[in-house]
Every structure is written in C-alpha cells, then in structure tokens.
Design a protein around this ligand. Sequence first.
Ligand SMILES: Nc1ncnc2c1ncn2[C@@H]1O[C@H](COP(=O)(O)OP(=O)(O)OP(=O)(O)O)[C@@H](O)[C@H]1O
Ligand SMILES: [Mg+2]
Length: 109
Amino acid sequence: MIDNLLDNALKFSPPGSRIWIDLFKLGVAAIVSVTDQGQGIPDAELHRLFGTFSRLSNKPTGGEASNGLGLSTVRRIIEAHDGVVGVESRVGRGSSFRVVLPFSRSNAV
Ligand SMILES: Nc1ncnc2c1ncn2[C@@H]1O[C@H](COP(=O)(O)OP(=O)(O)OP(=O)(O)O)[C@@H](O)[C@H]1O
Ligand SMILES: [Mg+2]
C-alpha cells in the first residue's frame, strides 16, 4: 500500500520536489499519509482515481510505466482491513493521500 502511494508521489511530481510520509495514532486507528508537491489531480477526474486501469490526464514525469492499477489495489487492500482511503489535491500544488486503518475489526471505520 505504502509502496504504491510512494511510487505515485514520485512518478507524478517534478524532480527535486519533496514528499512527506506521516504516520500517527488517532484513538483506535492508525493514520498514514503520503503527500507530494506534484501535478495535483483535477476535481473532474477524482471520481476515476481508484478505478481499475484508470489513468488520468496526469502523466509520469520521468517516463515511468503507468498501468492504472496501483490505486485500485491500494483501495482493495485498505478495505480488506476495514479501513478507508481519501485524497486531497490541488492542481499545480500537490496531492495528499490519507489512509485510516483501525487496529482491530471491532473498530472498523
Ligand atoms: N500522487 C499523484 N499525483 C497526481 N496524479 C496521480 C497521483 N497518483 C495517481 N495519480 C493519477 O491517477 C492515476 C491512477 O493511479 P494508479 O496508481 O492507479 O495508476 P498508475 O500509477 O498510472 O499505474 P500503476 O500504479 O499501475 O503503475 C495515475 O495514472 C495518475 O494519472
Ligand atoms: Mg501507481
């Protein structure tokens, strides 16, 4: 999950930009976020972001492969652990993917 989010942060950001990974505990859940200073995702495309074979108008900045499978896998992994994933993004500013994972099934979010 982290690998896929980090891969995207690198792939859709310009060379030399910064990426943050944050991990903290909030009550009964772990919060993980991966934040980049990349291209950002247009609002009109957000509904396709987690789809299978879903590639948006953003293109890799270093010629990397783009199959459109990573985020659908991320969402499946997280939902299989009763968690949720969301994104905040601004075009030209960057994106922040945030994952909430409960520590046990009885605390499903
Ligand atoms: N951090 C990001 N910043 C900007 N656009 C993104 C970001 N992450 C994903 N996207 C957009 O969402 C699309 C889907 O992402 P996803 O990870 O599913 O596929 P991919 O990275 O293109 O290919 P794969 O993960 O299979 O190698 C990407 O093609 C890209 O257009
Ligand atoms: Mg990807």
